[in-house]
Each structure stands twice: as C-alpha cells, then as structure tokens.
Design a protein around this ligand. Sequence first.
Ligand SMILES: N[C@@H](CCC(=O)N[C@@H](CS)C(=O)NCC(=O)O)C(=O)O
Length: 330
Amino acid sequence: MSSSSKPSAATPEITKWHSKDGEFRRQVSSFRSLVETNPNAEFPAEAGRYHLYVSYACPWAHRTLIVRKLKGLDSIIGLSVVHYLMGPNGWEFASPNDVPGATLDDVNGSKYIREVYFKAEPEYSARFTVPLLWDKKKQTIVNNESSEIIRMFNSAFDELLAPEYRGITFYPEDLRSQIDELNEWIYDTVNNGVYKSGFATAQGAYEKNCLALFQSLERIEEILSRNEFLLGKRLTEADLRLFTTILRFDPVYHGHFKCNLKQIATGYPNMLRWTREIYQLPGIRETVNMEHIKKHYYMSHTQINPTQVVPLSNGPDLDTPTVKPAARPY
Ligand SMILES: N[C@@H](CCC(=O)N[C@@H](CS)C(=O)NCC(=O)O)C(=O)O
C-alpha cells in the first residue's frame, strides 16, 4: 500500500471486529512480561535496550508516548511510528518522506507490525496491535498491553534517569486505590466505550454502550467541576488514560463512532478546560498528531466509512489559554 493509495472500500477481514451478537469485544493482550529495576530480572531496565512501536492514531499507544515523554525516557527508549492507515495486512511502516510522522522499522526492518509479532512468536495467532515494547537484546516482545507499559515507564527505569525525572510518578502510593477504581469504570465505559458504540453492528448494542458512555462523561464532568484533575491537584495516570480518549472525542468519536449525544467543546466545559490544561503541559503537544488520528479512523474503518472522506474539524482549539497550574502538577 503506498502512502497515497487508499485501501479497497470492501470491508477487509482485519476490521471485522464484532461478535455474532453485534457487540465489540476487545481481545486480551498476549505479551505480559515486565521490565524491572533488578539487574537480574528477565527484562532488566537498561538504556537503549527497549524499543516502543506505536501509532499516533491509537489512544492506547498514545498513553505510552505521553508517559515516555513526561518521564524523560525518550533518550533511552527508541520509537517507531506506523502509517496512519491500517490496511488488510494491519499496521504498516512508512518513510517519513511519504507519510510525515511515520517511520520505517529501523530495529527489525519489517514492513508490517505483524512481522515483529511473528519474530517474537512464529505461532502467534491473535491480533497485531500497537503499542508494543520490544527487547533488542532478547529479540522478543516484552509487553503489548498499554496499561502495563505505562506502569513500567512510570518507575522501572528510574535509576537510569536524570534526577529531575526520577521522582516523577503518575501512580503515587497514596492514590493507588483511587486511581485503580477510576481506571476500571473509565476503561470499560469511556476508553473502550467509544469503540463498543462505534463498532456495534446491532442497534441495541450501540444504544446500550453509547448511553453508558455518556453517563460516565456526566460523572467525569461533575468530578472536574470540583477538581482540577480527576483526583485533585495532582495529574495522575487516570488523567493520562482518559485524556487520549477525550482528545479524539469531537474530531472522531462523535461522528465516526456515533457518540453524538453531546460534544466536549459545547457540552462539557470542565472537561474542555482539563483537556486544554493537559495538552498545554510541556511535552504533550508533540505526542498529538491529529492528521494521523483523523485519517486513521476515517480511512481505515471502511466498514463504517466506505467513502473514506475525512471531516475537516480537529475539534476544539486546545491552544486556547486556560488556567495554568501554579507548579508542575505531577
Ligand atoms: N489492550 C491493548 C489494546 C491495543 C489496541 O487495541 N490497539 C489497536 C489500535 S487503537 C490495534 O492495534 N488494533 C489492531 C487490530 O486489532 O488489528 C492496549 O491497551 O495496549
């Protein structure tokens, strides 16, 4: 697939995600090892050893990009970025000359992400998802579950980091149970809720998931009317995990996934203020590539948008000045 050509508008096998009952069910990630501080661990923290594969479009991968950036890991963990289009063979690499923002796979020399999975496990038979964390030394995948990758990035590499990054944590001890609790319902009804609405192929499945999504958005709006961030003055993992979904809400999920009871820009002033605040923190803006985001969804999911026409709006202007936190909020 060249950068300019569009995939066929016929629904390819790769985007047939729904179950027989019309519900979308996300598969459980397969590679679940952890990078650890202990030098004798199976995957010990080392500078230059691990490599992160992402898509700028993907909200799960976006979490890992953000934590990599805010923790100052970009100098010790390499990065490859796939083409925004997910074609019949799944995620593909592209030269930045052809697709600005994308990269080739300089670590494994593969054309598609699936080749990286097969290199790690020749019998692999599940989905070829991003993000994934690759170990250059053992030549295998450490982990392909974003929630675990961000936990590793949060603390496992600390001894290798400059002092100003070492103390940063998005999962502080005293807030862990509250973060876990928020993550649970926000994952189910919001992060995954937009997908369950958008990929539903039965009216009932769509309505059930869309209503649950908006109930949660109301709940979040109420929390953010009292708090600067979800848990008060501190920016935590719960905010970062939610941010990547809310950022995509108006430009993509509202139209493409039919999550259209309200928009963030006009219906949720506190969530809009919170989104701007996070977007304007140093380092975040450069993890956001709205061109990849919009083109990925509207052009790859031909089962939903067979014309592959991409809408113009990028959602609310996130550069609009907002109340700045007094000091770094994490
Ligand atoms: N549980 C995974 C989900 C990752 C995921 O579903 N990524 C999507 C992109 S947004 C993907 O790569 N899908 C490709 C496919 O399912 O074929 C995580 O959070 O890391």
